[in-house]
Design a protein around this ligand. Structure first.
Ligand code: NAP
Length: 239
């Protein structure tokens, strides 16, 4: 049987793997980011319709290996991938970036969910949110003593208590420093993505003694093989 990979993307490293895949393989994206137009492999955009839908796709497309290289917080698609591969009887591999670890001088506080985050934010006045678009749903709930800065992939309107900045990484330390100073940031809110491209904000928080509220990573399913780096996954694929 010809090997045919379905690569579920969502992180930068996934695109690097996709660039090495030939035309029989498929790179799948949720459709929330940019869709590359210069790949040799096929590109598919949008959901499959849950684990059952993904399992049907795997069978119909004759996929022999499923690789989950989605974002560490995209837990639903990771769960779907593990069970769909089981249903279809093929192996599921996953690329899972190690989480960032607090260093000396860091004041990191892990929060479970949005409610816990809002509670932990109470002593602060000028938070910088860097965890995607979820805060946009709560713009009407911003307490009068707070002013939010929200950074997301795409700019969009904020309100009188929130400025929304559209920007994509990689971010550079000088720019992050300037942002913290300009917006007088007193707390940073982040996921623990483990990405090098977004790490400089943590360095700046350390330098300026700014606490960091970190949204807890979701628990991800067991898979047949798990890789912590692009190099390890690429090596396994070569074999
Ligand atoms: P999710 O909750 O795990 O996925 C929701 C649904 O989106 C999945 O059930 C699936 O739909 C579809 N989907 C997700 N990734 C896909 C892929 N690679 N190919 C095809 N379909 C895909 O993840 P999310 O809603 O995208 O994001 C959850 C969190 O992760 C957010 O906080 C977001 O900021 C962060 N994040 C996600 C991505 C990403 O590329 N997904 C990138 C950066 C950050 P069906 O059930 O219909 O198959």
């Amino acid at each position: 049987m010809t090997a045919r990979i379905l690569l579920l993307g969502g992180v930068t490293e996934a695109l690097a793997i996709a660039r090495r895949l030939g035309p029989q393989h498929v790179y799948s994206l949720a459709g929330i980011g940019r869709v590359p137009q210069d790949l040799q492999c096929q590109v598919r955009v949008g959901g499959f319709g849950g684990a059952e839908g993904l399992a049907s796709y795997l069978r119909e497309a004759g996929i022999t290996l499923l690789i989950d290289a989605t974002h560490p917080y995209a837990a639903q698609i990771s769960r779907n991938a593990a069970s769909a591969a089981r249903i279809a009887g093929i192996p599921c591999w996953a690329l899972r970036r190690p989480a960032w670890q607090a260093q000396a001088g860091d004041d990191w506080r892990e929060v479970e969910d949005w409610a816990a985050l809002i509670e932990a934010l109470k002593p602060f006045r000028r938070p910088l949110f860097t965890l995607g678009r979820e805060p946009l749903q709560h713009l009407d709930e911003i307490p009068p003593e707070q002013f939010w800065t929200l950074r997301a992939l795409e700019a969009c309107p904020g309100n009188e208590r929130c400025e929304v900045i559209g920007a994509r990484g990689p971010f550079h330390i000088e720019d992050e420093r300037a942002l913290f100073r300009r917006r007088r940031i007193d707390v940073l809110i982040s996921k623990n993505s483990g990405s090098v491209a977004t790490e400089p904000k943590l360095e700046v928080a350390r330098e300026l003694d700014v606490p960091v509220l970190i949204l807890k990573r979701p628990v991800l399913p067991e898979v047949d093989r798990q890789f912590g780096s692009l190099t390890d996954l690429a090596t396994a694929l070569l074999h």
